[in-house]
Ligand binder design. Sequence first.
Ligand SMILES: *Cc1c(COP(=O)(O)O)cnc(C)c1O
Length: 407
Amino acid sequence: MLNLAKMKSIYLDYAATTPTHELVVAEMQPYHACVFGNPSSLHHFGRDGKRALDLARDQLAALLNADPEEIVFTGSGTEADNFALKGVAYAQAERGRHIITSKIEHHAILESAAFLESQGWRVTYLNVDTNGVVDLDELQKALTPETVLVSIMHANNEIGTIQPVEKIAEIIRQFNLRQRSEKNSGVAASPVYFHTDAVQTAGILGVDVKKMRVDLLSVSAHKFYGPKGVGALYINKGTRISSFMHGGGQERGRRASTENVAGIAGFGKAAEIAQKERKGWAEHAAKLRDKLTEGILKTIPDSILNGHPTERLPGNVNVSIKYVEGEAMLLNLDMQGIACSTGSACSSGSLEPSHILLAIGRTHADAHSSLRFSLGRHTTEEDIDFVLEVLPKIVSRLRAMSPLYKK
Ligand SMILES: *Cc1c(COP(=O)(O)O)cnc(C)c1O
């Protein structure tokens, strides 16, 4: 029987979004009410807004080891990804029309790439191995004099696999060096740029743009306890990129629109908190992640882990539990108050399972039986114990009804 007062409520979907940190909520409060000036206005109301933007830019730059002028605030992680791909493509169209990305990127990248293909660009989608790691040999071979951008995500939102971004950056750097010495024409052609979608890692793992040697990097506030609807693109000084929001001169002319001052102030605060707390959060999540993973694989026969066994996000558990629909498990877990996600959503009208699970070689059936639990700072050991108590029962019940399941 439905009893809201008594029902447990366990949130294990931090990769979809995180609860806004209480200090972030407090930071944003004044900008919704008394500090309402337009940051572009010259009077003191405007200057107060401008100060909030400047502070947030410093805070985010510190988190990423970037310079504040290299940060452009956007309306989301999706917008930052669109900006990186389309912005570089259009700015570099005269030099070449080839882009390299991978088969397991977020839709914000894949759909932007597909759009560019429809406009005449060529896109190479790199394969990944069974753990979800990009094929570096294939990257090496895919680079051509027409290539203008490589976009490979830092860590995958579904299976948690962390990519070897520093190795990728080194391959691109070597290619650029060879190109430059072959040309010796005196014309300074712009190099192949490297973009990474770090939406799943910024504020969670160490994200250092200098160490990673990226030219562009996308982040989103709501994936690390900041507000929704605000993101940023780091753009290394000197990178040629076209704006695609035209209007006023905000963000040094790179992104027109009156700024989301409250959201950006919250984003800055989230970055400041994350810089201090993220190591503790990651250790906490990783411990519970390992407990949940081992528990599932041990107690549920015919269950397999998706993603890299060790090089993975601290809060990510993704499993395929054979002979059961992911969606059926998800809905049954939800009835017990447990919120997670799946790589297949029949009810969403799409029968195609996750492109990511297929790219790592899972069968359609195994992709349809996937569950993703993503853990965060509020996850407790009791939450994990409860999942480990409830899930095996749900699976047994569903398997008993499944014609596919033979005991
Ligand atoms: C969530 C996410 C995005 C999109 O960010 P939004 O701010 O929600 O638009 C992009 N890439 C990855 C890897 C994500 O996890």
